[in-house]
Design a protein around this ligand. Structure first.
Ligand SMILES: [Zn+2]
Length: 355
């Protein structure tokens, strides 16, 4: 938890906003209508509590929605431009079903675009459902390349790709179909209608090789996807743990005031520091093993001890979870080229098939 006090914020953050379209909605569904910085000032803390399923007004015309992880849902955001709504993150199809009425309660404008922050199912498998709602999915070149790599079923290389694997356990995936992003950009794509500006940025490898940040320079709000999370949600299997540190530095250079992560509650800029401190701590602990003979076995044997060390640091204790052993192994692998081979869901799928 963060203890630092909230400092001065822009006046619009302090203004209580309740658009007419939301007033009726509030009665039916729990919604947070107090802009984020104002809510923080009242709470006296810079770290917001989990507000799963609520409509959270981050700034005028900018919304955040914390997904329900028990359903596998990612966090989402939406930005209301003059003529349309842009949604951040595709989610699973069931996540689209859940968030669509909430978006429609905040704006009558057409939902035209959805940005997949990366190729993972909980951020991109809802694309077809968004298309049915009128929105075109957007992602980076890197995210599309990742999709081509892992979606072997769709691209015809192996019938059991990640989508098919997810469909085994998820009815919403089974009942939909994979729709790759239709608008692709390399490093930067800008939406600017004179009043609202959103920059879609690829800042380097991180959680995957195609992570997109959505940056609102006027409000200094950064939607980070899973390149920066708030809690024990760092899945590292598809990214590069060494590049990730540099990418977080690049994100920090934007100087955001508000962080809307891919998983976990909304937070202030210190979230980037927390996430980076967690990773640098893990790197520092793993590195000595990388030069030892049988280093990987030693690392595996000492994982419990290392976990105890990391949770002692209050700044990063909340990042330690069941992915901790895989995180250590992934970092070890990125330095040495050796992996345990249990990070890839398709390998798990292949094992399952052999049974
Ligand atoms: Zn992800």
């Amino acid at each position: 938890m963060e203890n630092r006090r909230a400092r001065g914020s822009h006046s619009f953050f302090k203004r209580r906003l309740a658009p007419a379209s939301l007033r009726g909605y509030r009665g039916r569904m729990k919604a947070t209508l107090l802009p984020f910085m104002a809510a923080l000032s009242l709470a006296g803390s810079l770290q917001a509590a989990d507000k799963i399923g609520e409509i959270q007004l981050v700034a005028p015309n900018v919304y955040f929605h914390q997904g329900d992880l028990s359903k596998g849902h990612c966090n989402q955001g939406w930005i209301v431009f003059k003529d349309f709504v842009l949604v951040i993150d595709g989610n699973f199809p069931s996540g689209v079903e859940e968030v669509l009425p909430k978006i429609k309660a905040t704006s009558k404008k057409p939902i035209k675009y959805v940005v997949d922050t990366h190729h993972h199912g909980d951020h991109a498998y809802g694309n077809q459902a968004w298309a049915e709602a009128g929105a075109t999915p957007i992602a980076s070149e890197g995210a599309l390349a990742e999709m081509k790599k892992y979606e072997t079923g769709y691209y015809g290389r192996h019938p059991l790709g990640r989508w098919e694997w997810a469909a085994k356990s998820r009815a919403d995936v089974r009942n939909s179909k994979l729709l790759p992003p239709q608008i692709i950009f390399k490093d930067k794509m800008v939406f600017d209608d004179g009043t609202m500006r959103a920059e879609l940025l690829y800042l380097g490898n991180a959680h995957t090789h195609g992570d997109v940040f959505v940056w609102l320079p006027k409000q200094r709000i950064l939607f980070s996807g899973d390149a920066c999370v708030n809690g024990p949600y760092n899945y590292m299997g598809d990214g590069n743990s060494i590049d990730w540190l540099k990418t977080l530095d690049a994100a920090k250079e934007l100087k955001p005031k508000i962080m809307c992560p891919g998983h976990g509650g909304m937070a202030t800029a210190s979230l980037i520091d927390d996430q980076k401190t967690y990773f640098t701590t893990l790197h520092r602990l793993v590195k000595p093993f990388t030069t030892k003979k049988a280093g990987q076995q030693m690392l595996t044997a000492q994982t419990g001890l290392l976990r105890k060390q990391v949770v002692k640091n209050k700044q990063i204790a909340r990042y330690v979870g069941d992915k901790f052993p895989d995180q250590l192994q992934k970092i070890f692998g990125d330095y040495t080229g050796q992996t345990l081979g249990r990070l890839d869901v398709q390998k798990k799928a292949a094992e399952e098939e052999k049974k």
